[in-house]
Design a protein. Structure first.
Length: 183
């Protein structure tokens, strides 16, 4: 039979494990998102602080894909594709229109395919992962400034890649519609 002291120790140990597992469950999504942003894993693009100093003669076609999940809005790229030289800064515009009579709080996430190009697709300016509030009937234009890192041309895994698709999905944000500003 266990002594009261050892029973208390086991109970505290079990409570500690439950608290740790609960904390890990809540931290899993943000930690995975951070991991993907840092490594480019799963087609997650990278964030750059400045444009590339090197521009190659090789061109690549960038296709823009837009999706909406569970929101009364339209979302489209002004251009479906752009052809840029690797290392050259590109600029794309996306239009979002709230088709309802209520403000919408939304957030966009993104990825690229083929997945092995995610670490080379560098965004200088983006509207993703920020809550956006769109008034009823309002259309907002969002810019995305990007380049494809010249290091992609040196990677055997990306040999022969002639097209990259940048895909955005707008979904309801967890914020109240009145709690955030468009930006």
């Amino acid at each position: 039979m266990a002594t009261p002291r050892s029973a208390r120790f086991v109970a505290l140990l079990c409570a500690g494990v439950v608290l740790t597992m609960t904390g890990a469950a809540f931290a899993a999504v943000p930690l995975y998102q951070l991991f993907c942003q840092v490594t480019g894993f799963g087609g997650t693009t990278m964030r750059a602080d400045k444009a590339s100093d090197v521009v190659l003669d090789r061109t690549i076609k960038v296709r823009f894909d837009t999706n909406v999940r569970g929101l009364p809005m339209t979302f489209k790229a002004e251009q479906v594709t752009q052809t840029v030289r690797i290392g050259e800064t590109g600029l794309a515009y996306f239009d979002v229109t709230n088709t309802s009579d209520q403000p919408i709080a939304a957030r966009a996430s993104y990825n690229v395919v083929p997945e092995q190009t995610g670490q080379y697709f560098q965004k200088l300016q983006c509207f993703c992962f920020d809550d956006q509030t769109i008034a009823p009937g309002q259309t907002i234009q969002f810019p995305v400034q990007y380049y494809v890192d010249p290091l992609m041309a040196e990677n055997a895994e990306t040999d022969g890649v002639e097209e990259i698709t940048l895909s955005y999905t707008f979904y309801p944000s967890s914020e109240d519609a009145g709690a955030s500003g468009a930006g």
